[in-house]
Design a protein around this ligand. Sequence first.
Ligand SMILES: C[S@@+](CC[C@H](N)C(=O)[O-])C[C@H]1O[C@@H](n2cnc3c(N)ncnc32)[C@H](O)[C@@H]1O
Length: 253
Amino acid sequence: MSDPYYRDDLVTLYHGDCLTETAWLAADVLVTDPPYGMAYAPRGTYNRLTGKTAKSSLSKIANDRLTQVRDESLRAWGDRPAIIFGTWRVQRPDNVKHRLIWHKAGQAPGPARASFMLQDEEIYILGSGFPTTSPPMRSVIRTTEARSIEVARIGHPTPKPVGLMEILIGRCPEGTIADPFAGSGATLLAARNLSRRAIGVELDESYCELIAKRLSQQAFDFSEPVRAHPSKVELRSSGWSGAEETFDFGGVA
Ligand SMILES: C[S@@+](CC[C@H](N)C(=O)[O-])C[C@H]1O[C@@H](n2cnc3c(N)ncnc32)[C@H](O)[C@@H]1O
């Protein structure tokens, strides 16, 4: 096992391939957003005034042509509790017990002319041990940040809102969180906000640098998201009687 790329009192990050850099397997709960296997190409930024789309400077997600790396990492994890992001466009992982929807309400339509616009991603629950409440957490989580602005601000093609990750981690069984596909570090930041230990792995060294910077600067960075304290999430959950759970982060991720 190599030395950590970054470490603080709660978070440890390794630079490498999570299929060989296996420290994350010692954690208790997997919360991750793997390459979906859909060959996603980062979108350019559309300017409504000029009607032009500037080409994205961000590179594609590594290992995103197939679901192989997702499936191999899940096999290594086994039947322990896990929360995994995904898309309806590719085959879901095996043994999904429940499915949540992340409703990206702040996603701009852009210039594309089409009949329908995809504005959500799926989140799969695997394994057992997730705490229960009455009423239970609803299956749709809505965020309102402007997605393209967040991509440019954070510098990763698919950053997840830290507040969204806090809601998910707030529903996890106790113990250390693993994110073997750490990306821009949203899971690690969220875990630390909730005073939970976390172990991350990221293949791309430039993203490790980004994560280390975000974790180091977080205490002073007021552009980081408003933090959803777990008790507040619970409070909103129990007070809401509609079909959709709404967590608004006021326009920031
Ligand atoms: C969908 S992104 C994760 C985004 C992250 N949730 C966030 O909020 O920024 C998937 C990440 O997995 C990384 N990756 C791909 N293959 C990997 C592997 N074998 N081991 C570790 N990281 C890998 C990619 O470089 C990419 O940053």
